[in-house]
Design a protein around this ligand. Structure first.
Ligand SMILES: Nc1ncnc2c1ncn2[C@@H]1O[C@H](COP(=O)(O)OP(=O)(O)OP(=O)(O)O)[C@@H](O)[C@H]1O
Ligand SMILES: [Mg+2]
Length: 329
């Protein structure tokens, strides 16, 4: 295996809107530290799940990696190329190889475009096929994602479809370019539970066919368990734990990971670890807590945690945790 994507010290800070009064009185500009210095890599053909509570920075991470929004600091290396500062034209070339599957398939499809045309569209804008070829490839893709009879589906509009069918269209549109890398952002979160497994299977089948590399964003740890080779846990803009899926789920080392797992009884394998309870709300990403950001909610926090930020350290093969007091058996 070789590395396809690497991010180094990636940061994305969003300025907080100031009132006119605050501007006039020269009140210091504040930032939401949505992504605050994260580093990781993904191997070719590997799926890394990025999990964590709402607002911890998952979507921002995915969007920055694809350069849909600009990073504040850090580097994005894709297939050996530093794409952090690439200009529009060069980025266009790379974009053919990187696609995003969004959370809400309804919002990401134009209501006035036939779904067949929507799937053919990326081929046309990248100049990879003429109209006739694009249509033929879109028909094949409709069949491939299970929307048959494909010539009938081609002429339908998004509002004619169920949520699961729309998500198949969005996946088809992302896959028509045979990308190397896909960011799937909550790709099954808005779909009826009964349909989720089949959509995950569809993604899995493309992964095998194209040797796809995926960043799979989800707040649902049970979904991560099904699809991911490795899991990265995010808390307030930081990665607090990262490692092979089984290792992270069976031997979680960060108290936050343990709490996330314990919230989903179906995936808790052994009750060997103390139950822990986390209290309070996710703090504000404008003024994150000092030291370890998780300390105000952590039952094991002490003075050290309040003052010193823990770094990611390797505690098992390929398993890293940023915690001064990792959970032990
Ligand atoms: N364009 C923006 N401008 C200002 N703040 C933003 C912007 N986009 C995101 N944020 C803030 O950045 C933080 C991280 O948001 P993000 O959407 O990345 O979280 P998430 O983990 O994807 O959450 P969810 O699970 O709800 O999708 C949040 O505090 C959010 O309010
Ligand atoms: Mg999100």
């Amino acid at each position: 295996m070789s590395e396809l994507l690497r991010v180094e010290h990636l940061k994305k800070y969003f300025p907080v809107k100031r009132s006119i009064l605050e501007v006039l009185t020269k009140k210091e500009e504040k930032f939401v530290r949505a992504v605050d210095d994260i580093s990781f890599s993904i191997e070719r053909g590997e799926t890394l799940a990025l999990i964590g509570e709402s607002g911890c920075g998952k979507t921002t991470t995915g969007r920055v990696i694809l350069r849909l929004i600009e990073p504040t600091e850090g580097k994005i290396i894709f297939d050996g190329i530093d794409i952090t500062k690439l200009g529009k034209e060069q980025l266009r070339e790379i974009r053919k190889r990187m696609q995003m599957v969004f959370q809400d398939p309804y919002a990401s499809l134009s209501p006035r475009m036939k779904i067949g045309d929507a799937i053919a569209h990326p081929l046309l804008i990248h100049g990879l096929a003429d109209k006739e070829e694009a249509k033929e490839l879109a028909l094949q893709m409709l069949k491939r994602v299970g929307l048959t009879p494909e010539d009938e589906f081609y002429n339908r509009y998004p509002h004619h479809l169920s949520g699961g069918q729309r998500q198949r269209v969005v996946i088809a549109r992302a896959m028509i370019l045979k990308p190397d890398f896909v960011v799937a952002d909550e790709a099954v979160s808005m779909i009826d539970v009964s349909m989720r497994a089949s959509i995950l299977e569809l993604l899995e089948s493309f992964r095998e066919e194209y040797n796809l590399t995926m960043l799979f964003i989800t707040h649902d740890i049970a979904v991560a368990k099904l699809i991911a080779d490795r899991i990265a846990v995010m808390y307030l803009g930081k990665i607090v734990e990262i490692g092979p899926t089984d290792e992270v789920l069976n031997n979680p080392a960060h108290p936050y990971t343990l709490a996330l797992i314990q919230a989903v009884p179906s995936i808790v394998k052994r009750e060997k670890k103390k139950m822990i309870e986390i209290t309070g709300e996710v703090p504000n990403a404008v003024n994150p807590p000092s030291g370890c950001r998780f300390h105000p909610r952590c039952p094991f926090a002490d003075e050290l945690c309040k003052t010193k930020e823990p770094e990611l350290i390797e505690i098992g093969k390929n398993h890293f945790v940023a915690c001064h007091h990792p959970v032990k058996d």
